[in-house]
Design a protein around this ligand. Sequence first.
Ligand code: CP3
Length: 362
Amino acid sequence: MTGRERILSALAQEPVDRLPVWMMRQAGRYLPGYSALRREHTFMQMVSSVDLSLQISLEPVDRLDIDAAIVFHDILIPFDLMGLKLNYVDGIGPLIDPAIRTEADVLRLQKPVLDDSLTVVKTLGRLRERLGRTKAVFGFAGAPLTMATYAVEGGSDKSRPAFLQMARTDSTTLCALLDHLALIQAEYLVQQAACADVLQIFESHADLLPADQYMEVGFPALQRMIEHVRSRCPEIPLILFGNGLSGVFAAVRDLDITAVSVDSATPLSEAAAALTRGAGRFVLQGNADPGMLLQSPPGVERFTERFLFESAAMLGHDEGQGLPTGWIVNLGQGVRPPTDPKSAQAFVRTVHAFQNRAGSLP
Ligand code: CP3
């Protein structure tokens, strides 16, 4: 099977010859090619160039023999298209100027033109040309609430004081912003769907709010975004990643998505038990701890082997019972910059060698 077939088979709950694998944030600062380009260009220059974005998207594919390419790009780029100034500052993170604090600020946001002239869409088209049917090609976008946490904060304070204050005291402005973002983010994915095999939505900051408040404000906007994508692209596989979504799995079950990418803090067994549909369960993706990639390659092999046996058992396939269907192996959060590419290689190699039988690994 090709990597693309493996990923698409897992998403269709069909058998695979090897477990499919890719890594969140696989195209990033831990790779030498990326770091070399980053020394010469700003992040915004890199995401604005189709040639550079293509080269960066392909580096992990060429180096790691991984099953999917995710387009190099960032969830925050739509803010640039909405007329805000977006900047990625070394050692600080993304900055958005001006921050969105009032309803008037929301009304001033431009409605971007979303069509096939977007750099991300052109890069996806070039990735498709280069990879043909060998690898699955992923497009992506941020969920409305996760996007809003950056826009309201403006800065990169991880505890998001301005966002939390708005959530507490000004739900009118927050809901206006989420409404605006839901449609734009949906249309942004629809444009990517023309060239992508799979779309992933990142709800990375669902955990900033308690579950009941997330259900009141964040979830309805996510649902609207998904419904809009589905109305335009009924067939494309749609994966939802979120930090802290386990508290709202009962509602996630009703979303019109294909798979859930599980964060490292949530046991796969908990996701498998909660995310059921009819007699079966959702396709799951995840959720190895990215911290384990900081070990040397032999350490990564040992950890990954244990992770695979344990996860397969959590998905109902004890040792000797064959490869689980409906599972894409991935990390539960993004690859961390100090990761040695050789350790990332060891992770992918170990996943591909796994047959769920004692002694089947190198
Ligand atoms: O390889 C891939 O996964 C594709 C590219 C990708 C990037 N960002 C490139 C990037 C993807 C899928 C993202 C998603 C993203 N961006 C998320 C959701 C995933 C998650 O980690 O939860 C979020 C929350 C962001 C926002 C963001 N972008 C932050 C907070 C930062 C700074 C901190 C960091 O992680 O580096 C970025 C910058 C960014 N996006 C970099 C890359 C390669 C590093 C930029 C640099 O070189 O300075």
